[in-house]
Design a protein around this ligand. Structure first.
Ligand code: GTP
Length: 423
């Protein structure tokens, strides 16, 4: 069997809820548990037998970070990886239609389509088994998971035939409750899916031809969810495969902390060597911790659980870090304490300073959880409690407290802050 994977990485106008971190690096390359978000996607699909190629589709200008990622991942996973750039945002299905010749080159039997902004223990082999048992001519299997009624309203909702798992009804972000089965943004597709994509493309062209082209939307935009899944429901061509494994979207910085925790947990099974261990002359480790080999961590530091320390970071005496991601080149000076926070690239935290956020995880014990309110502000204009995010190259002085705040890059702080966005 010959397989390919397409990862939709979006572009510069996407990932706005991930600011200020996405100002520095494309969100799909933001490191979680020590590796870029889409490294985890590539790793999962490289393990499926027959996987020949991974194609990243987005509308970022090609850049050094993306090139470095591709080179490194190709070497590590021994798989061909390419980036195809859309000339504009073509939507979640427009890009694959535009690049259909490249996707279909070599006649793949099936291809996975993955949104870059999700994380999880992706059951790709199980999806393949499920999909290949469905009737010939099935277009697509959607990975689905169970959400609460409230959570479901911000996702694509699926009503299924309980016996066959056929998708009978699909509504993207419904206004009222439809179903607790939600779309995880991971699909297995047959090449026949290009049939309905072509129909939709031609319909768009016709509509655009008949209207004033100066005001019409870009004619090649096709949205997989609304334009393709909605009409395919109840036609016998669309199925849902259920997972109870860890899965979440990564829309905001708070979600990255959640993803970090779960990917570290997965390392017990997939990469135990990546998890730091306690030993004499080394920092004290509590629970799951990843420390990049180039980081210098003082032996009196206490780390964990759920901590990632990036490349070339320096952590001084008595430093305490919990439920946080410390990005490349950050310096945590002696006795500072970082809880539920992300510390940006090359930022400096002064001695005895405390950086603290508030996790907002309504379902800490459930594998699926919508991590936090994605709104930055409450309806009455207050900042929602969130993790603390320190942007890149920020200087935080000694002996201050920064609580539930977001600090934009290149700031030099001079005091304590609580519930603020520091511009
Ligand atoms: P929001 O809640 O508005 O973010 O919607 P959503 O969760 O349905 O996400 P959305 O459809 O915007 O994006 C899903 C995935 O597709 C993300 O990884 C995006 O980066 C990616 N994506 C979205 N639009 C495009 C596009 O036009 N081109 C490409 N290549 N990727 C896209």
């Amino acid at each position: 069997m010959m397989l390919k994977t397409i990862i939709l990485i979006g572009g510069p106008m996407k990932g706005t809820r991930f600011r200020p971190l996405s100002l520095e690096t494309p969100k799909p390359l933001f490191p979680v548990a020590g590796f870029p978000i889409i490294h985890h996607h590539v790793e999962a699909c490289a393990q499926v037998e027959g996987m020949k190629e991974v194609i990243l589709i987005g509308f970022y200008q090609p850049n050094d970070a993306l090139n470095r990622f591709i080179t490194q991942a190709q070497q590590q996973f021994k798989i061909q990886i390419r980036y195809l750039q859309e000339y504009t945002a073509l939507g979640t299905a427009g890009g694959i239609y535009h690049f259909r010749d490249q996707i279909l080159a070599g006649n793949p039997d099936y291809f996975f389509l993955m949104n870059a902004d999700v994380c999880g223990d992706f059951p790709l082999k199980e999806m393949l088994q499920f999909h290949t048992k469905k009737p010939m001519g099935t277009y697509c299997t959607i990975l689905g998971t169970e959400a609460t009624r409230q959570q479901s309203l911000t996702y694509g909702c699926i009503v299924e035939n309980k016996d066959t798992h056929e998708v009978m009804h699909y509504v993207e972000k419904p206004e009222t409750f439809i179903s607790t089965i939600i779309n995880c943004g991971i699909y297995l597709c047959s090449p026949a899916l290009f049939g309905p994509l072509e129909v939709e493309f031609k319909k768009n062209l016709e509509q655009n031809y008949n209207c004033d082209y100066t005001t019409a939307p870009a004619k090649e935009v096709i949205r997989m969810e609304q334009d393709i899944f909605v009409p395919l429901a109840s036609t016998g061509k669309l199925y849902v495969y259920h997972t109870n494994k860890f899965w979440s979207q990564i829309k905001s910085a708070g979600a990255a902390i959640y993803a970090n925790r779960h990917y570290l947990d997965l390392y017990h099974k997939s990469h135990p060597e990546r998890l730091a261990k306690n030993s004499v002359g080394k920092p004290q480790i509590r629970g799951d911790v990843f420390i990049h080999p180039s980081a210098q961590v003082h032996e009196t530091a206490v780390l964990g659980p759920n901590v990632t320390i990036g490349k070339n970071c320096v952590l001084g005496e008595g430093v305490r870090v919990r439920d946080s991601v410390i990005l490349e080149g950050a310096v945590l000076q002696d006795h500072c304490c970082v809880l539920d926070s992300i510390i940006g690239w090359n930022s400096q935290i002064g001695v005895w300073t405390r950086i603290e956020g508030t996790p907002n995880d309504p379902n800490p014990n459930k594998p699926f959880a919508k991590i936090e309110t994605t709104q930055t502000f409450t309806n009455d204009g207050k900042l929602n409690p969130s993790i603390t995010v320190i942007g890149s190259d920020v200087q935080v002085p000694s002996e201050v407290i920064i609580l539930n705040s977001i600090v934009l890059p290149n700031k030099e702080l001079s005091g304590c802050y609580k519930n603020q966005i520091i511009l």
